[in-house]
Design a protein around this ligand. Structure first.
Ligand code: PSV
Ligand code: MN
Ligand code: MN
Length: 388
């Protein structure tokens, strides 16, 4: 038993998923970065590709920037260019993990001069946001240590707080900071923001404009991520998602590819907690496409999120509440599984057509000739920052 698709179709139309600019660049592992024909050479070409995903799906109206990977002289002009392509610029991601000076930390570094350099970088990101009209500054730190005793983990938390406070104080009234956590890598013994609890403690000490970013790939295997979603929504501190999927570590694979059931369970808690179609909770992808074409990779990704969102919206919550109240263990589980096992693809195809979108965005993209066109036109496509 589920809610009929017809009853959720208006809600589905509210979905918006932000694409990462870096998903369109060549990417790989420390072993090899494979080139893909048609890879963008500039941020403008990345935005054009992101707009292509949006045209085919109606799901991806914004593009996230990573600074300095997407550094340009004129961000207002970039905003205008994005607008001409039919998308807007979204979250600005800071980057304090690729300069030699940050070898032993950035916002947590023991040397005040290094900390100030990292803080200044975030100030520069806020300047970018002022020009692009972006709301969110996303902070992910590679800070951590590799050996027990290498540094005082407690002082690093204190320094992190001081640094974040300075950045927070620079935010405009309509701007926010989201602090992303990750349990390991590149540091292996300890990471300064390893888990949702640390992110929550740090952002709570700052104020209402600081929230947590949950990257689905940043948890130990077996972690109940939907529980964290429920808890952060309950606390009013879930600011954004970085969606992707993982088999082993921070794999950055297509969201919903490794474990569609986990994505469904996460979206059930998002809907339950009021996080769906809620502007306070940003849905973003954080993925890299190592061996597959990037644009269809992104199309597949947003469709996976849409499919699991449809299933989550179709969950018969009233029936579930009743079964839970009766302690009907298997009945309650059955109601949840009914929603998960519902194949929404035919209904979604019709729904898209009724809104002037291609019934099958993957097939429509393949038939559009765009991939062949960019493969011919773009010689010497660049790597995403990760491969660099
Ligand atoms: C770190 O692993 C991370 O998830 C952060 O969001 C970075 O900014 C991003 O990856 C870059 O791909
Ligand atoms: Mn991320
Ligand atoms: Mn990551």
């Amino acid at each position: 038993m589920t809610i009929p698709f017809s009853q959720i179709s208006d809600d589905l139309a509210k979905q918006a998923i932000e694409l990462p600019s870096w998903a369109f660049g060549n990417s790989g592992t420390r072993f090899k970065v494979f080139g893909t024909p048609g890879t963008p050479r500039t941020i403008e070409e990345k935005i054009a590709d992101a707009a292509t995903v949006h045209r085919h799906t109606g799901l991806a109206p914004t593009v996230a920037l990573h600074i300095p990977w997407d550094k340009v002289d004129d961000y207002a002009a970039l905003r205008d260019y994005a607008g001409e392509q039919g998308v807007s610029l979204g979250t600005v991601n800071s980057n304090t993990f690729q300069d030699d000076i940050y070898k032993f930390g950035s916002l947590t570094h023991s040397d005040p001069a290094v900390r100030q350099k990292a803080i200044d970088h975030h100030f520069a990101c806020i300047d970018v946001m002022d020009q692009t009209g972006s709301r969110d500054l996303k902070i992910w730190l590679a800070d951590g240590t590799n050996y027990p005793g290498q540094d005082d983990i407690r002082s690093r938390q204190d320094r992190l707080h001081e640094s974040l406070q300075k950045i927070y104080d620079r935010l405009g009234d309509d701007q926010r900071m989201v602090l992303e956590y990750k349990f390991f890598e590149p540091a292996f013994y300890h990471t300064d923001v390893p888990d949702w609890g640390t992110s929550y403690a740090q952002v709570s000490a700052l104020g209402d404009k600081a929230l947590t970013c949950l990257d689905t790939g940043h948890h130990a295997p077996g972690t109940n991520i939907e529980f964290i979603v429920a808890q952060l929504l309950r606390l009013g501190k879930l600011g954004s998602f970085d969606f992707n999927s993982r088999f082993y570590a921070d794999d950055d694979l297509i969201v919903g590819a490794a474990d569609p059931f986990q994505l469904f369970r996460i979206l059930v808690e998002v809907v339950r907690g009021g996080g769906y179609a809620n502007p306070d909770v940003a849905f973003m992808l954080d993925q890299c496409h190592n061996v597959e074409d990037k644009i269809p990779g992104q199309i597949r990704s947003v469709l996976n999120v849409q499919e699991m969102t449809a299933r989550a919206l179709m969950l018969d919550r009233e029936a579930l509440n009743a079964a839970q109240a009766e302690h009907d263990v298997l009945g309650a589980n059955g109601i949840l599984m009914d929603a998960f096992y519902t194949d929404v693809r035919p209904a979604l195809a019709e729904w898209r057509e009724s809104r002037g979108l291609p019934a099958d965005p993957m097939a429509a993209y393949a038939a559009s000739g765009y991939q062949q066109k960019i493969a011919e036109e773009r010689i010497g496509g660049t790597q995403s920052g990760w491969g660099a």
